[in-house]
Design a protein around this ligand. Structure first.
Ligand SMILES: Nc1ncnc2c1ncn2[C@@H]1O[C@H](COP(=O)(O)OP(=O)(O)OP(=O)(O)O)[C@@H](O)[C@H]1O
Ligand SMILES: [Mg+2]
Length: 505
């Protein structure tokens, strides 16, 4: 491939935020029609890098060349006009505008009324068809679309601007298994048309599947550039990311199957979400629920936690009924929800405050919140989870995505939690910190905490849990000890429920 195929080149790019050198001399080279993967631990600088390309941040030093011209977009519109479109980790659509209005947002050509609207709708339909999603109505409000649909709209916006480079920051994090396959099909079609893609993900198997070349960042520097995505051994990628080698193993489990259930769920039903759910979790036991996004897993967890009202059925902890969050927390229940941004974090409050949020009654018992004690506890958790940067007085908003997730989970390490509900606890968390989180979850269980865990990643459920429940379309359809069921069987059940017939639930 000749040098003229290079569309984007970054050299020595530096970006500092107050107290943090997020990028410290990054090098990157992207070619026409390739999928270029960016790999790096949480906080390595991936999102910062792409926000510079998107015109959200401005580089302090270094040079960027885009289509043979120096490139320094003053704002997101300028980047878009230059042909670089970004699909963010947190999608940036306007919820109360229609699909078409979002797709053509930022086009300054919209003079006049109805005719224009009609042609915008028609052009949106064209683009959606090209993306294989002709079924999404252009006039539908974006708010009413599921996450995967919103991502398609983001992509439609990129195409409406005739983007030559599409940057995707952890696009698969909000997608179910089959939706990821659809995304990859779209990416292959785009690159076949010469469009370049920068793809960020923490999932190694995705990088193998969709990537052409990989660039690795560590602490804001490029530690390896242009590695072949399929041929480079995982061991090498990981050591470039972390500076050490991490064996991706689950700690051995001595599962507990004795003793009285701590959590008992019976006949729990919420119309349209899940039906007649029954399960138990013992003290010191890890129970995993495998299922697709949309199978009702998150709703079930939230109902058990008292955040949603059940239509019928009961939840008890240690024999006491739970019907509200207050009762759940008093009974020693904790929950790390899936949507960390909207449900879990106070973004403008410091890290230590967010980490101790749940434990307020405990810390406030002596009168006012004991700030010293609160901080000290948060410091210990931050050490344990390798939070970066380590300064717990920073606002959570300034943390990278994966580090925010650590704060959500870390919160429960402080508490006298007896029962922990975890919804996708490792989403967006890098391999190193992931191993750490697994260990933390195991330690909690070893200390007698009961854990109920939901994850779309089947190996994670199988590796962590003592007992596995499979959920499909609102029903718990299968239960087995983790060592008596394998990944293929779980996937079969999850996708098609093919073992359902004649199988005891
Ligand atoms: N607006 C900001 N203010 C201060 N610091 C910031 C800001 N945005 C990012 N940072 C810091 O810059 C560093 C790089 O963050 P970035 O979000 O680029 O990481 P990332 O590689 O995308 O990580 P992740 O995999 O967790 O998403 C981190 O230390 C982060 O805390
Ligand atoms: Mg990021």
């Amino acid at each position: 491939m000749s040098d003229s195929d290079v569309v984007l080149r970054l050299q020595g790019v530096v970006k500092t935020f107050p107290g943090v050198r997020a990028l410290d001399g990054v090098e990157l080279e992207v070619r026409k029609g390739e999928v270029h993967c960016l790999l790096g631990q949480n906080g390595a600088g991936k999102s910062t890098l792409i926000k510079i390309l998107a015109g959200v941040h401005h580089a302090d030093e270094g040079s960027i060349t885009w289509l043979d011209e120096p490139f320094a977009p003053g704002n997101p519109q300028a980047a878009m006009r230059a042909g670089i479109a970004t699909i963010y980790q947190e999608l940036d659509l306007v919820e109360d505008l229609s699909v078409a209005e979002n797709a053509f947002l930022g086009h300054e050509e919209s003079r006049g009324g109805f005719l224009k609207r009609r042609s915008t709708a028609a052009r949106t339909r064209e683009i959606l068809t090209r993306l294989g999603h002709a079924e999404i109505p252009p006039r539908r409000m974006v708010r009413s679309l599921p996450a995967a649909g919103k991502q398609i709209v983001s992509m439609a916006r990129a195409l409406s601007h005739d983007a030559k480079l599409i940057v995707m920051d952890e696009p698969s994090a909000v997608l179910a298994h089959d939706e990821v396959e659809n995304l990859f099909r779209i990416i292959r079609e785009l690159t076949a048309q010469g469009i370049a893609v920068i793809y960020i993900s923490h999932r190694m198997e995705e990088i193998r599947d969709i990537g052409d070349r990989v660039t690795v960042l560590k602490d804001g520097r490029t530690t390896a550039a242009n590695l072949p995505a399929r041929e480079t051994p995982t061991r090498e990628l990981v050591s470039r990311m972390t500076g050490r080698t991490i064996e991706y193993v689950f700690p051995p489990r001595v599962g507990r199957s004795d003793g009285e259930p701590l959590l008992r769920v019976e006949g729990l039903t919420r119309a349209g979400e899940f039906t007649d759910a029954a399960l138990t979790v013992r003290a010191g036991e890890i129970v995993g629920i495998a299922g697709l996004v949309g199978s009702g897993r998150s709703e079930l967890l939230e109902t058990i936690f008292g955040a949603r009202q059940a239509d019928s059925g009961t939840v008890t902890v240690g024999g006491k009924p739970i019907r509200s969050i207050g009762a759940a927390v008093r009974a020693g229940m904790g929950m790390a929800p899936e949507e960390r941004k909207s449900q879990a974090l106070l973004l403008d409050e410091p890290i230590y405050r967010n980490m101790t949020l749940s434990s307020f009654p405990g810390y406030a018992r002596v009168g006012f919140t004991d700030a010293g004690k609160e901080r000290a506890a948060a410091e210990r958790t931050a050490d344990r989870l390798e939070l970066r940067p380590r300064d717990v007085s920073r606002p959570v908003r300034t943390l990278s995505g994966g580090n925010q997730q650590k704060v959500v989970v870390g919160r429960w390490l402080l508490d006298r939690t007896r029962l922990l509900l975890l919804d996708e606890p490792t989403r967006g968390v890098d391999v190193g910190a992931r191993a750490e989180l697994y260990q933390v979850i195991h330690d909690l269980a070893a200390g007698g905490v009961g854990v109920l865990l939901v994850s779309s990643e089947v190996p994670e459920v199988l590796g962590l849990a003592d007992r596995v429940l499979v959920m499909r379309e609102g029903h718990l359809i299968h239960e087995a000890p983790a060592d008596e069921i394998d990944e293929a069987t779980v996937l079969d059940l999850v996708m098609a429920g093919s073992l359902l017939e004649g199988e005891p639930a």
